[in-house]
Design a protein around this ligand. Structure first.
Ligand code: ADP
Length: 617
């Protein structure tokens, strides 16, 4: 009782220790951000997410290779005037220039005309890849004649020094030192809430700025119109720009500044700066920025996953454990993906995944130690059992061996008295005959035990001789004739002439005797037994069929087991050791043969022995 309590105390202590270690691992893992791994999982979710439509409020104009081909140079002030006039006639809601006006070539007059044209356009904005501290109102002021144009901050926010450090753009500025950047202002034209930072989804603070993650759509979701198309004389103003936010930028691969790496691809020119702006502005128009899960939630999930891993490693079978772990990781990834796709929620993946690996590798040695100890205990138990088994076999064989001589002596003496010329009274004769029968049974039992001992100690050797199986069968029948006669059982023999077969005569004699004896033992009086022999397909087939009690179907598989006796046999007065068929099967198989049984309860049984005619090696 006390020991059981101690053991359960110990178990409780170990369980607590495991839980404690699992939580410690989770806690330690959560101390490190593993940003690069997290970014891989994040980007995978962005890429796998089905493409959703944009707001439809943004149109792009690109100075692209066809434009250069047509003009044989980059567009100059005159071209911009021409394009702007046409664009203006389409009445866009806003025009955002990603091209620095001060880089446009033209005469001062042309540039002034362009500046006036731009000023007369409603919501005209120049994007400046810069941030400015509060109060520095001149930071974005352009050089004359463009000094009156509104220019706004739209800085690069690639993860060059932060997060994954892979130069991929995932975030965008909303405001810096409480000054709104270009995106919320432009998006505010269609979604006035975009200008109110408290209403922007997924807003977070980073180094004095407020930012959000971009709700990305892959390249070419926003198809740009070529700048050159707007230069064509006489073509009507494209309706595609009516009431739209039109962004004008470059896509001529002359500078990496016009491109950005995105979660879709880490190539230097994965997406144009133009399209990136469309993505950013649409994120705010649709207010669909992804929200990153809070740290406490990440820690909780990591703890749970770590506990699961420790449970799996210390309690389940390795294959089942690994499958369960793999399934939970896949399941977790799927949940993460669905949350991102349907709810725009980004839950941490790196830490839970790493917690699995760390816990797994930390607890595997622990598991190995426990397994090792268990197998050592099994080994010791096994050793003990083998020793006990050996002792038992030795004892049995010694005992049976020593029993054989006194039994033989009893048999001899009984024989002498029975054959004595002096007449015996009928009671004396009866007593002597019972003595002879019992000693014969005892001898058979002792022989079976001896054979078993020989089998188990693997000391059995075959002494092969050529012998006609029919003659062996006849021998066995002759010896048991009187037993059959005592029950008025008729034995019918149908033997085909056979060639001699190489066999251990002693062992096969025991096999046949056992089958015939069983047929007599387990048959009622006044029945008959059919014994046949034939050659079939290079095999000698010997069959013993009786009209006896038969064997139940569920017991059939066991009759060849060591010491097995059927339920009916156990309750009937018929004696037996349950060793006969076990030995018979063993002996037949030593001859490369087979023994089988076909039986129906209440109808009878047929035992078949098949022996190969070819000599055994
Ligand atoms: P036993 O010494 O009990 O006969 P065996 O190994 O020879 O042991 O047989 C095992 C069991 O198989 C028997 O106890 C009996 O239940 C069943 N059995 C064997 N031969 C027959 C048969 N001819 N008819 C019915 N049952 C049989």
């Amino acid at each position: 009782m006390k020991r059981a309590v101690l053991r359960s105390d110990k178990k409780f202590y170990f369980v607590m220790l495991r839980i404690g270690l699992a939580l410690l691992i989770a806690f330690l893992v959560c101390q490190f951000p593993f940003d690069y791994i997290e970014s891989v999982f994040y980007d995978a979710r962005v890429r796998l997410k089905p493409i959703s439509k944009g707001s439809g409020n943004i149109a792009l104009i690109a100075v692209d290779p066809p434009t250069i081909e047509r003009l044989h140079r980059v567009p100059n002030a005159k071209d911009h005037i021409q394009m702007m006039r046409r664009l203006k006639s389409a009445e866009p809601k806003a025009v955002v220039y990603l091209i620095n006006p001060n880089e446009i070539v033209g005469s001062y007059d042309e540039l002034e005309t362009l500046a006036e044209l731009w000023q007369s356009q409603e919501n005209f904005l120049v994007a400046v890849n810069e941030t400015a501290v509060r109060g520095d109102d001149d930071a974005f002021r352009l050089l004359p004649p463009f000094e009156k144009l509104s220019s706004m901050s739209s800085p690069r926010t690639s993860d060059l020094k932060l997060f994954a450090r892979d130069d991929v753009t995932r975030r965008m500025f909303i405001s810096y030192q409480e000054q709104l950047s270009l995106y919320p202002v432009v998006a505010g034209i269609f979604n006035p809430e975009a200008k109110d930072e408290n209403k922007i989804r997924g807003l977070f603070e980073l180094l004095g700025s407020n930012q959000v993650y971009i709700d990305f759509r892959p390249s070419l979701t926003y198809l740009p119109t070529s700048f050159s198309l707007l230069l064509e004389e006489g073509s009507a103003a494209p309706k595609a720009f009516r009431d739209k936010i039109v962004i004008v930028g470059r896509d001529i691969q002359t500078t990496s500044k016009d491109y950005a790496r995105t979660p879709f691809s880490r190539e230097l020119i994965s997406m144009t700066w133009l399209e990136l702006h469309a993505n950013m502005i649409d994120t705010l128009i649709l207010n669909s920025a992804p929200i990153r899960s809070p740290r406490w939630l990440d820690l909780l999930v990591t703890c749970l996953i770590s506990l699961l891993t420790v449970y799996v490693v210390s309690s389940l079978k390795p294959t089942r454990g690994l499958t369960l772990l793999a399934l939970s990781l896949i399941g977790y990834f799927l949940v993460g993906f669905l949350l991102f796709w349907l709810g725009g929620i980004w839950i941490a993946m790196a830490q839970p995944f790493l917690a699995v690996f760390v816990s797994y590798y930390f607890f595997i040695p622990y598991r190995l130690i426990i397994e090792n100890r268990k197998s050592w205990e099994y080994y010791q138990k096994n050793k003990l059992l083998t020793q006990v088994e050996e002792l038992k076999t030795n004892f049995l064989s010694m005992m049976s061996h020593d029993l054989k001589t006194p039994i033989a002596r009893i048999q001899g003496m009984t024989d002498v008295v029975l054959k004595d010329p002096n007449p015996l009274s009928s009671r004396q004769r009866e007593a002597l005959e019972t003595l002879a029968k019992s000693s014969q049974e005892l001898l058979e039992f002792v022989s079976s035990i001896l054979n078993l001992g020989r089998i188990e100690s693997k000391q059995l050797e075959l002494h092969l001789q050529s012998r006609d199986p029919n003659s062996l069968l006849t021998e066995a029948i002759d010896k048991l004739e009187h037993l059959a006669a005592s029950k008025n059982i008729k034995i019918i023999c149908e033997f085909e002439p056979l060639f001699s077969v190489k066999m251990d005569v002693d062992l096969m004699r025991q096999v046949f005797s056992n089958l015939v004896e069983n047929a007599i033992k387990y048959s009622p009086e006044n029945t008959s037994i059919l014994i046949t022999s034939e050659e079939n397909d290079g095999k000698v087939v010997l069959q013993v069929s009786d009209q006896g009690v038969g064997i139940d179907e569920d017991e059939l598989a066991h009759v060849f087991n060591k010491f097995y006796r059927s339920k009916t046999a156990k309750t009937s007065p018929t004696k037996g050791s349950g060793l006969g068929l076990y030995l018979a099967k063993y002996f037949v198989e030593l001859h490369s043969g087979t023994i089988s049984i076909d039986s129906r309860p209440g109808v009878g049984s047929t035992f078949s022995v098949e022996l190969p005619t070819a000599p055994i090696k």
